[in-house]
Each structure stands twice: as structure tokens, then as C-alpha cells.
Design a protein around this ligand. Structure first.
Ligand SMILES: [Zn+2]
Length: 201
């Protein structure tokens, strides 16, 4: 396999990228300046060297400690834990300025079209919920996409957490459907997130 085919094949492994787009990326890079290619290669190497996953919330970060800046922030509200699908959902919720608790990132949602089991980091989730319960957790908010996959994931996570939540007097709520159907948190504007949070139940 030559260098062009090799890179094209790698690009086809990206979400939503087919062979034609992958070739366009490679040809864009061939036409680009050597500086851009060097920067890109360097940024990918840096990602591998410096970015780690927070053991508590599972978010990727490049802070100095094992835990991320959110999990180590003692000024946040320990009674609230929000469960989101992706790291980018945290950024969206944070920019709405409406939530001051802690997070957990599932990393994906359940797929309804494939039989492949999705790893929702359930054992990590159980550890994190147990840890927060010891710190005064009273409410877990499911903040998953307003689409069939998000609903299936919310149902599943609710069934996983309910026995522990019941035993520890923790309420499980969901964001209100101020989010329009099909919308994902990461693309929602701050006011929509604020309303969805206010109307949770
Ligand atoms: Zn964290």
C-alpha cells in the first residue's frame, strides 16, 4: 500500500467519512504547505503523549493530574451528577452556565441499528456514582440526545442505576424536552439547555 492509500484508509475510519472524502483529505494535504502537514502530525503526536482520560468522569483532558479540572474542582455542587453521551456535551452545558454539579461521560449511545454491543462504561459509572454518593449526591440527571438512541440509552442507564439510587435516596431525572426532537446537546444553544435543565423531571 502506498502512502496515499495508507492515509486514505486511515481517514475512512473516522466517523461519517467514506473513501471519496478520505481521498479528498489526502489530496488537500498533498496540496497544502509542509508547515500544515508538520503541524497536523505534531498535534496528533501530542494528543497521544499528553491527553489522558479522567478516571472519575471519563472525559479526555491534558491537565497535570490524573483527574480532570472539573472533577478536582471542590467548588462544584456535590449533590448533582449529570450523565452525558460525549465530551463535547460537557462544553455545551458549561457554556450555558446553568449547571454546577459534576459529570460522567458514557462515550457513546446505544445503537439501535447494529447488534454490536456498545460499551457505555458501566463499571466506571457504578464506581463514580458510588464515589459521589459518599460525597452527598442526591440527583442524577440523564442528559442524553433527544432521539431514539438517546432514549434507549437513558432507559438502559436508568435500569442500571435504579437499585443503587433507590437504596441511597438518589433521584434520577431527565432533561426536559425543550430540546427539539433529534437534537444533540452539543449543538443546542445555551438558552435551550437552560430551559431543558429547568424543566427536568
Ligand atoms: Zn473528570
Amino acid at each position: 500500500m502506498d502512502a496515499i492509500d495508507k492515509l486514505s484508509t486511515l481517514f475512512t475510519r473516522f466517523p461519517g467519512i467514506g473513501p471519496r472524502q478520505a481521498h479528498r483529505f489526502v489530496h488537500f494535504l498533498l496540496r497544502s504547505s509542509p508547515t500544515l502537514r508538520r503541524e497536523l502530525a505534531g498535534a496528533i503526536a501530542e494528543l497521544a503523549a499528553n491527553v489522558k482520560q479522567c478516571p472519575t468522569c471519563q472525559k479526555f483532558h491534558d491537565g497535570g493530574k490524573a483527574e480532570c479540572a472539573l472533577c478536582t474542582n471542590t467548588h462544584r455542587d456535590p449533590s448533582l451528577l449529570m450523565i452525558v453521551a460525549n465530551d463535547s456535551d460537557i462544553a455545551a452545558v458549561e457554556s450555558s452556565g446553568t449547571f454546577s454539579g459534576y459529570y460522567f461521560v458514557l462515550g457513546t449511545t446505544l445503537s439501535l441499528s447494529s447488534d454490536k454491543q456498545q460499551d457505555l462504561r458501566e463499571s466506571r459509572l457504578n464506581q463514580t456514582v458510588t464515589k459521589h454518593a459518599a460525597g452527598g449526591l442526591t440527583e442524577i440527571i440523564l442528559a442524553l440526545p433527544a432521539n431514539p438512541e438517546g432514549d434507549a440509552t437513558a432507559d438502559h442507564i436508568r435500569s442500571v442505576l435504579t437499585p443503587f439510587a433507590d437504596k441511597n435516596n438518589i433521584t434520577i431525572t431527565m432533561l426536559g424536552r425543550g430540546l427539539s426532537t433529534g437534537s444533540e446537546l452539543e449543538y443546542a444553544d445555551p438558552d435551550t439547555i437552560k430551559n431543558a435543565y429547568k424543566n427536568r423531571g
